[in-house]
Design a protein around this ligand. Structure first.
Ligand code: MN
Ligand code: MN
Length: 458
């Protein structure tokens, strides 16, 4: 092949023994994180605890930051910012920002969820993020979240993760009786209102003669005894049903990892572990782990919340400058996953411009749909700068779009950061079956993503 031609590199093809060892041991640490952090609340708690271990302390608005400071801002327990102040002048060098998200598609309990039908207690759900509804039926689901009681106290819930725990379930029709269902399209087979979760089947036998002997009543008693909650408490609760699966190696050679919620914790983990694993030096670094990306980055914990610029304001105030000056000199990697080329579904991808599993971190100039609509579209100049950073540090990376032109599309937090006058480009790990209850990524890619974040922060 010509020396002048571009060619993707497969990490496993070029990795020496030492690198293979590093890839596989990094994967074990990542698996621990992804099993412990299935919701944004859990991810936030995990990262805050890790941050403390690495010498970071909580940031208070109003305090003055100085060179060498390592702080974190835990925004409502669902979104966290990690900041390390370097020795360079932020007025001329700005901040290196890596932004990823810690929320993933799932099924949320409605606020009035409980009902009973034909002797079965069920729960109403409302899906969060883009899901293919049929994929969430007939799999074990765990219940994660928080219930805030009338007096303001909080009950944390996590049922279905321990071996002895029960799990929850959404039924589907047996093939024997599916003649009519089989004629529906995938999108029509299940509606959002069909995703009702099985919760119990034993009636309340302790009821008095004229009392409520229903299964739902029994359930309310169990919930009250175990968690001290009553039905009205669901109104002020955030309870999510997530796949009860643990992360597992995939394939004879263990090259890949299957897990729930790689999107986008497979980029969050490299972002914060790269920060924790590097010493303070010139660059001021900010790692953003955002919530609500899957529903448009809205709300107080999403990337569009002013808290992002408020924190830059706080840094500016500490160094007698303005946020505008810092932002003008800042750069951002929007760390989010891309769709992996899948040999089972060749026709949705354009092979030259797809990200492939095990070919390294995927740098994406633009996302969006149709004519790049809704995309940040990083400049050639910024692409070149990042390309040099990665090549100089020996990071294995590739490029790719999210599918063929006019096939569909998607977005990330990139555009919200770029809007603040910060050069931003998308980069992430290629994911197979994105948004499915069990997604697949390559150990080599999460490791290269880690090296990419490290190179950028240096
Ligand atoms: Mn994502
Ligand atoms: Mn997503």
């Amino acid at each position: 092949m010509s020396e002048l031609a571009y060619k993707r590199t497969n990490v496993y093809e070029v990795a020496d023994k030492k690198t293979m060892k590093a890839i596989f041991s990094y994967a074990e640490e990542y698996k621990k994180f992804i099993d412990a952090a299935k919701t944004e609340r859990e991810a936030c708690a995990f990262v805050a605890a890790e941050a403390e271990k690495h010498g970071f302390r909580p940031f208070q608005f109003g305090e003055k930051l100085k060179k060498g400071d390592k702080v974190y801002y835990n925004n409502r327990g669902k979104n966290i910012y990690l900041i390390r102040i370097g020795s360079d002048d932020v007025k001329t060098n700005g901040i290196r920002i890596v932004a990823s998200h810690i929320d993933s598609p799932r099924l949320d309990f409605k606020q009035v969820p409980l009902y009973e039908s034909d002797g079965i207690a069920l729960g109403k759900t409302h899906y969060y993020g883009g899901i293919k509804k049929y994929q969430w039926t007939t799999i074990p689901l765990a219940l994660h979240g928080a219930v805030v009681l009338g007096d303001g106290s909080k009950v944390e819930v996590k049922i279905g993760e321990d071996e002895g725990d029960p799990v929850f379930y959404i039924s589907d029709l047996l093939p024997h009786l599916s003649q009519k269902q089989n004629t529906k399209t995938l999108a029509e087979a299940f509606s959002g209102e069909d995703l009702n979760i099985w919760l119990g089947n034993i009636p309340y036998t302790a009821a008095k003669e004229d009392g409520d002997k229903t299964v739902k009543e029994n359930l309310l008693h169990i919930l009250n005894e175990k968690y001290g909650i009553k039905e009205e408490d669901f109104l002020s609760a955030e309870l999510s049903l997530v796949p009860a699966y643990k992360a597992r190696d995939i394939g004879f050679d263990r090259a890949l990892i299957g897990a729930y919620g790689h999107d986008d914790r497979v980029c969050s983990y490299p972002a914060f572990s790269a920060l924790f694993d590097t010493e303070t030096d010139g660059k001021t670094v900010m790692v953003v782990l955002a919530d609500k990306e899957e529903i448009g980055s809205e709300g107080t914990t999403g990337m569009q919340c002013a808290i992002f610029t408020d924190l830059i304001d706080a840094i500016a105030a500490s160094f007698d400058t303005t946020s505008a000056v810092i932002r003008a000199h800042s750069e951002c990697l929007s760390a989010d996953v891309n769709a992996a080329y899948d040999p089972n579904f060749k026709d949705v991808n354009e092979p030259m411009n797809s990200t492939y599993v095990s070919c390294g971190a995927g740098l994406t100039k633009f996302t969006g749909a149709r004519g790049k609509s809704g995309s940040n579209d990083a400049s050639a100049e910024f692409m070149a700068e990042i390309r040099k950073v990665f090549n100089d540090e020996g990071v294995i990376w590739q490029t790719g779009e999210l599918g063929k032109v006019d096939q569909g599309g998607g977005g990330t937090v990139a555009k919200f950061i770029a809007k603040m006058n910060i050069d931003t480009v998308d980069i992430g790990v290629a994911v197979v079956s994105m948004h499915a209850p069990y997604e697949v990524i390559s150990k080599a890619d999460v490791y290269e993503m880690y090296l990419a974040c490290k190179a950028f922060m240096k």
